[in-house]
Design a protein around this ligand. Structure first.
Ligand SMILES: O=C[C@H](O)COP(=O)(O)O
Length: 295
């Protein structure tokens, strides 16, 4: 675990990272070999966290969510803590994991609250935790306090639990996004994630590219390379491909079923290969398409 630093010490460490990241982005030395797995392959569907986080969701919707995740072989279902146990039972033997959000969606809950939620999620069988950073603290450069929180949650949920840090990028500028990534890496998180889907714009290619480049730079310092999860507003196969090509390796979306359906149609058309962003049709879900955000 990293030595604890003061805010000023964190500031100079982060500034050094920022210089290298912005240089690489400006000179288009983008994230390492960002590739979209072949459309229709299991590697492609395994990029999707099938997500249902609406507070008003009914219990039966979580059974549907899990059934769909089994059929489409998604990576996880991503739910709130009170639904983890039900989803773990529904998904037994399927290879689909259960991810639980922590501190959702404001991120400003204190460590005690986040820690209690973490305890509940782990006891219920969650394999992955998507934790919202306290982004108002990040905006204020309260780095030491953020690091303390992240390090405490990591020691409470050691590997093989996968930890993702939700930055809520719509509320941050590039420097703050880089700072969030640096703190996540220092606390040994596995992923940085763009958005909750509940606040401002969701994932953008620009931010995904920035985060992936930042993960490369941080890994060059010798630590395990974090991955990037793009989330918020990903609705179509085209959106998914663009995020993967920008450097994401996981997608959080309420439209997983729609995206998988579009992918199956592409395969049926004989195009079961990597789809370039420019070739993807811009179809969007129609009004009658069920997305979990629509309930
Ligand atoms: O983490 C995932 C997001 O909440 C999903 O956002 P979305 O509902 O816009 O797809």
């Amino acid at each position: 675990m990293t030595t604890r630093y003061t805010n000023d010490e964190w500031d100079s460490i982060i500034l050094e990272t920022e210089g290298e990241v912005l240089y690489r982005v400006a000179s288009k030395q983008h994230a390492s070999a960002a590739q979209c797995p072949p459309i229709g392959s299991e590697a492609f569907t395994k990029t999707i966290d099938h997500t249902l986080l609406k507070l008003e969701a009914k219990q039966s919707q979580f059974d549907d969510l899990c059934a769909e995740a089994r059929v489409d072989r998604f990576a996880t279902v991503c739910v709130r803590a009170q639904y983890v146990q039900q989803c773990v039972a529904d998904l037994k033997g399927s290879g689909v994991r259960v991810a639980c959000v922590i501190g959702f969606h404001e991120g400003t809950y204190d460590l005690y609250h986040k820690s209690q939620e973490t305890k509940q999620a782990l006891a219920a069988g969650a394999a992955e935790l998507d934790i919202v950073i306290n982004y108002p603290q990040l905006q204020k450069k309260s780095y030491a306090s953020i690091y303390t929180e992240l390090a405490a949650l990591r020691s409470q949920a050691p590997h093989p639990t996968t930890l993702k840090l939700i930055l809520e990028t719509s509320q941050l500028d590039a420097s703050q996004i880089i700072a969030g990534c640096a703190l996540a890496a220092a606390a040994n998180f596995d992923f940085v994630k763009t958005s909750t889907g509940f606040n401002g714009a969701g994932a953008t290619e620009e931010n995904v590219r920035l985060m992936a480049t930042c993960c490369d730079v941080l890994a060059a310092g010798g630590r395990a390379r974090m991955q990037v999860k793009a989330s918020g507003g990903i609705r179509t196969l085209g959106d998914a491909v663009r995020m993967l090509e920008a450097g994401a390796s996981r997608l959080g979306t309420s439209a997983g079923v729609w995206i998988a359906k579009e992918a199956k149609e592409r395969v049926a058309e004989g195009n079961g290969r990597v789809v370039e962003a420019g070739e993807v049709r811009e179809e969007r879900p129609g009004l009658s398409t069920r997305l979990f955000t629509d309930y």
